[in-house]
Design a protein around this ligand. Structure first.
Ligand SMILES: [Zn+2]
Length: 317
């Protein structure tokens, strides 16, 4: 699978969401998503190598959504060159209020230097010129308030952030974002499904670009059904993901510090199974464990994973 000549993708695992450099096709270059705040120097070097222009020359930074692993580097880039930031209007409102709980920073040990959105994008169908391409903005909420996919129908390039990966999507957080996240995810998948046959390459927020969008949407739908039916497993998965992210962001964290971190996340970020989600629980193996039991399960899964897969297996921030 080959990307168009003017599109480059930086894939850096789970700590950093993938970044997309657009060389501009004769006009100014641009960037979609920045990765975590600790990776800006590497991002700048890669951008210049990919586009032949320094990152200060970018006409704008487009965002798929405002989570620390996708927008963590925005403040540093804006400070360097005043680059305008484009995001969905709900994401713009989120940035304006900078509520650290709604931004998933509380209880997660994640950091994201504050920034503002300069241009708020409409919910669906708005056309945006960025990096020499005309993009249609598809509102893809669920995983993130104000999540969008950047869709270029001209040659079928789709940048999905964490709304769609080759196998699944980013974690859903009904504790912070409300139990409606499941229905919002369905809405996002419907929207992506409507264009899936025309997609030639999907650039997801984590993992390598891929071509079979309809198959990915089908897998995402079955993942969504599983999460709806297994709220206790979902809660464990969320806590595992937060722990795995913390282990990447702070690799020197001791096991005891990690235990406290997961405990705190369990208390403040994912305190219990949420409201009407339990009504959908249809899997008898999906039992309700106490919080301490969940903490120990997450820890043992994390350290077991660490010895065999560098702690990254199953992360879905
Ligand atoms: Zn995300």
């Amino acid at each position: 699978m080959t990307l168009p000549y003017d599109v480059s993708v930086l894939v850096r695992g789970w700590l950093h969401g993938s970044c997309v450099a657009l060389s501009g096709r004769g006009g100014p270059p641009a960037l979609i998503d920045t990765g975590y705040h600790t990776g800006v120097a590497a991002l700048a070097a890669w951008f210049e190598a990919s586009t032949g222009r320094p990152i200060e020359a970018a006409e704008a930074i487009g965002l798929t959504h405002i989570h620390s692993d996708h927008a963590g580097g925005v403040a540093a880039l804006v400070a360097r060159s005043g680059t305008p930031v484009l995001a969905h209007r709900d994401a713009a409102a989120l940035a304006e209020g900078w509520d650290t709980r709604l931004l998933w920073l509380d209880g997660t040990s994640q950091e994201m230097p504050r920034f503002a959105v300069d241009r708020a994008l409409a919910s669906s169908g708005e056309r945006v010129d960025l990096g020499g391409r005309s993009w249609e903005i598809l509102w893809t909420p669920g995983h993130a308030v104000g999540g969008v996919a950047w869709w270029c129908p001209e040659d079928g390039v789709l940048v999905t952030g964490d709304a769609l990966w080759e196998d699944g999507f980013g974690l859903l957080n009904p504790w912070v974002d409300g139990p409606g996240v499941f229905d919002l995810t369905e809405l996002a998948l419907d929207r992506l499904s409507a264009i899936a046959e025309a997609v030639r390459v999907v650039i997801p927020g984590h993992g390598a670009p891929f071509t079979d969008a309809p198959a990915a949407v089908a897998r995402a739908r079955s993942r969504l059904t599983y999460l709806r039916r297994n709220p206790h497993r979902h809660r464990r998965q969320v806590l595992f993901n937060l722990a795995a992210f913390a282990s990447l962001a702070r690799p020197d964290m001791s096991q005891e510090a990690m235990r406290e971190h997961v405990r705190e996340a369990a208390r403040s970020f994912a305190p219990a199974v949420v409201g009407d989600v339990t009504a959908g629980s249809a899997d008898s193996a999906d039992r309700e464990p106490g919080t301490e039991a969940v903490v120990e399960e997450v820890l043992s899964a994390l350290y077991r994973g660490k010895s065999s897969t560098s702690g990254t297996s199953g992360v879905s921030k």
